[in-house]
Design a binder for this molecule. Structure first.
Ligand SMILES: NC(=O)c1ccc[n+]([C@@H]2O[C@H](COP(=O)([O-])OP(=O)(O)OC[C@H]3O[C@@H](n4cnc5c(N)ncnc54)[C@H](O)[C@@H]3O)[C@@H](O)[C@H]2O)c1
Length: 275
């Protein structure tokens, strides 16, 4: 049986990498998936490749009006909302003494504030049906999964801004789990470790994130790539699909009694300062 039959899921950053692999798994489980990502061509291509019904919702999620527009598009197309995966993100790294205000703010905007705005817009569509169901004596679980990072749980040199944004979303996750548990809305986070996407690919002229007029260098120098891969007990980097499996677990009925947790999908990352 497909466990997400009849459900609607929003996945942000679903045009590539971990988000795209998540959209594929949720779609294969029967969910109707709203693919939210920056560009129209990337979202359309991702929608086309999914096995089930899906909708492209292109737009910059850090623009204040975009998260609510994505929720509205989901409701207009599919009439309900059951799963929200806040995954969109990128790394804008540097040593603390060189981090600009713009850079630090950008990391908070995409990793903490965009998820907050999306969840605020989704709130009535998750809470109100739940109240009705509970009044009728029915338990129907809905799911929120926020993608943080081991940088958010353990810190990472040269990633003070990124780590702050990723730690912020953990506070959001745990507080909302306490607020929404009574409505049977599970709110959890997944912390990927070193995962092979363009964020951890070799730095090159082509591997950039375009933000307005600015091109932000993505990827890592070769030495950092091999050092990063060695951090995992499993002894190799993760694949987007392997992280998506963790997210999909937290979107599935198998996790109905799990909330307020941060699931590390890092191959057992061993170093760092834990809480
Ligand atoms: N790759 C890793 O090693 C790793 C490790 C820890 C956490 N993460 C996190 O996992 C998530 C997914 O990253 P990934 O590695 O799959 O990278 P990716 O670049 O392959 O995918 C991220 C997607 O997010 C989208 N996105 C970024 N900013 C956006 C915005 N303002 N509006 C709409 N879409 C936006 C991008 O366009 C991209 O398609 C991110 O939050 C990232 O920080 C990744």
């Amino acid at each position: 049986m497909q466990t997400l039959e009849g459900k609607t899921a929003i996945v942000t950053g679903a045009g590539r990498g971990i988000g795209r692999a998540t959209a594929e798994l949720l779609s294969a489980q029967g969910a109707r998936v709203v693919v939210a990502d920056l560009d129209a061509d990337v979202t359309a291509e991702a929608v086309e490749a999914l096995p089930g019904e899906a909708l492209a919702a292109p737009g910059d999620l850090t623009a204040p009006e975009t998260p609510a527009a994505v929720v509205e598009a989901a409701l207009e197309a599919f009439g309900r909302l059951d799963v929200v995966v806040n995954n969109a993100g990128y790394a804008w790294d540097g040593p603390l003494h060189r981090i600009t205000d713009e850079q630090f703010q950008a990391m908070l905007d995409i990793h903490t504030i965009a998820p907050f705005r999306l969840l605020r817009a989704a709130a009535p569509h998750l809470r109100e049906p739940a109240k009705q169901e509970l009044a009728e004596g029915r338990e129907v679980f809905r799911k929120v999964v926020n993608v943080t990072s081991t940088a958010g749980t353990m810190g990472n040199a040269l990633q003070a801004a990124y780590s702050a944004g990723k730690a912020g979303v953990i506070g959001l996750t745990k507080s909302l789990a306490k607020e929404w548990g009574r409505y049977r809305i599970n709110v959890n986070a997944v912390a990927p470790g070193f995962t092979e996407t363009r964020l951890t690919a070799a730095s090159s002229e082509e591997n950039v994130f375009v933000r307005g007029e600015r091109e932000i260098q993505l990827g890592m120098p070769e030495e950092a790539r091999s050092a990063g891969a060695e951090l995992a007990a499993i002894g190799r980097p993760g694949q987007p699909r392997e992280v998506a499996e963790g997210i999909a677990f937290l979107c599935s009925p198998a996790s109905n009694y799990v909330t307020g947790q941060v699931l590390s999908v890092s191959g057992g990352q061993m170093v760092g300062m834990s809480s």
